[in-house]
Ligand binder design. Sequence first.
Ligand code: NDP
Ligand code: CA
Length: 297
Amino acid sequence: IPLPSRKFLHISKSEENKKETSQLTVMQWNILSQAIGYNCDRFETCSEADLQWQSRKWKILYEIVQYLPLDIICLQEVDHFWFLESMLKPVGYEGKFIPKPDSPCYYLEGNTGPDGCAIFYNRSRFTLLSTSSRVIQVYDCPSNQVILICKFKCKFSDKVICVSSTHLKARKGPILSCLRDEQGKDILNQLQSECGSIPTILAGDFNADPSEPVYKTMRAKFSSAYCEALGEEPSFTNWTKREKEEETKQTLDYIFFTREHFKVQSVLDLQEGLRQPIPNSQYPSDHLSLIASFTMC
Ligand code: NDP
Ligand code: CA
């Protein structure tokens, strides 16, 4: 059964001839690590057959390529980077990957290595100037979370931009919420020292809904693409039903951007058509993909 198609919600029109030089389309997606999804998550809405990598990998790839040409693709929970790289290279994308220091995947049966964050970029559009990564610090101690930062030069306009992909600590509770806030502060310091006043995109699974302190911390420095486009954050980006747990719908994923450098043009709608929690036979992750198109000022 084909998935219901999602529409782009346009909030401003771009001049057609300016598109090539000033438009930037960014995808954000926690793709669900194969080792974690198969061994740990206990999703009730997905059969074991649909959780097999042989089945999921094509659905993950399809979710990405159906929206090409994208300029930037920020992914998390990537434990099959080489597969994605080998599939996306022939269609024009280069990728960078940073593993988590002590990925839970290491401990799981059939793992293919650690999971981590990735950034793919359209090589006809960008030259990669530098890549850096950081184990996110909390009160000067390393956490188990990472951020990947790439600096690009746009081949058409010579503009330099910074793009980063991150995945903050999971799970609920006041201590972990405080930990995520400290992770957010560390990210802001890192981006300030590496990117300064360069136009910056920060995409990720922050594992925090908009009521958490880390959201406020990030918004002090960044605008949020979906919030800008819709007037508020979407009602969910993650919808799951795990065995012996209540069904949960949460907004955890964001595309943040420096407000003085980008204007949101459109975002891919999130809710339309979804009838049941994810992952399921049609959709391969517990997080929906987000896409935002910007005009660079
Ligand atoms: P996190 O708490 O950030 O979570 C790790 C992963 O688990 C995330 O990708 C998260 O996904 C996912 N997750 C969240 N909720 C659930 C759930 N209810 N069921 C299943 N998976 C879920 O962990 P860290 O990476 O900070 O570290 C985990 C630590 O535990 C590491 O040090 C690791 O080595 C250790 N570990 C040890 C194991 C062992 O057997 N010894 C096994 C597993 C981990 P999302 O972000 O999408 O919510
Ligand atoms: Ca997960």
